[in-house]
Design a protein around this ligand. Structure first.
Ligand code: MG
Ligand code: ZN
Length: 197
């Protein structure tokens, strides 16, 4: 069975896109916009937050390489299961961390428009999901067949409902619990590896 993993807060210990917005962008706008989730689409929230950053990408990438850690056990897990990474974050901030870890994986994520000034996101998929009513990660797993999914947050809610097996923590775990949907709680990738074997 294919394994699909969220990036921020799932592979990484903390949400690196949020940390970048709070460090290089506007923390006040970040907090206000997060509160709008549900009224605004996830992509609208991300676009607003990311637009508060205008630092040169190289500077932010240096910070990300220095500060963003992956959860314990991910390197071995990646070797063995070759998970597909599906993220609402940015290729530009994910690939440098994978490179640093010496891991090569397929990644589906958004990109930045390559130009100076306020960051602008080029979203990977414009199709609106029939289930949640906005562009979502289900489009990224279409055609995979059965899959196991690991995630932590808002962007994982809809796709997790389509998975054969779900590993969840934090907000995703709370959401699935509230919906009465079964899942397995994880702390790190040793946990997930042990349960998949
Ligand atoms: Mg996440
Ligand atoms: Zn959806």
């Amino acid at each position: 069975m294919r394994v699909v993993v969220d990036w921020d807060g799932t592979v990484t210990e903390v949400d690196s896109l949020s940390e970048v917005v709070r460090t290089f962008g506007n923390e006040g706008v970040y907090a206000e916009t997060e509160d709008q989730l549900g009224r605004l689409t996830l992509n609208e929230v991300i676009a607003i937050e990311v637009a508060t950053v205008s630092a040169p990408l190289v500077e932010v990438v240096d910070w990300v390489r220095e500060n963003v850690r992956v959860r314990s056990g991910f390197e071995d897990f990646a070797d063995k299961h070759r998970p597909l990474v599906v993220s609402s974050g940015l290729h530009e901030l994910i690939e440098p961390v994978l490179q640093r870890e010496g891991i090569r994986l397929d990644v589906r994520a958004n990109r930045l428009k390559p130009r100076p000034g306020p960051w602008e996101v080029r979203f990977r998929d414009a199709d609106v999901c029939d289930v949640c009513g906005e562009p979502c990660k289900r489009a990224d797993v279409a055609g995979l067949g059965e899959f196991a999914y690991a995630g932590d947050g808002f962007s994982d809610r809809c796709v997790a409902l389509a998975a054969s097996r779900v590993f969840a923590c934090d907000g995703l775990a709370t959401y699935l619990e509230s919906k009465g949907v079964g899942f397995e709680r994880f702390e790190d990738f040793h946990d997930i590896a042990a349960r998949l074997s």
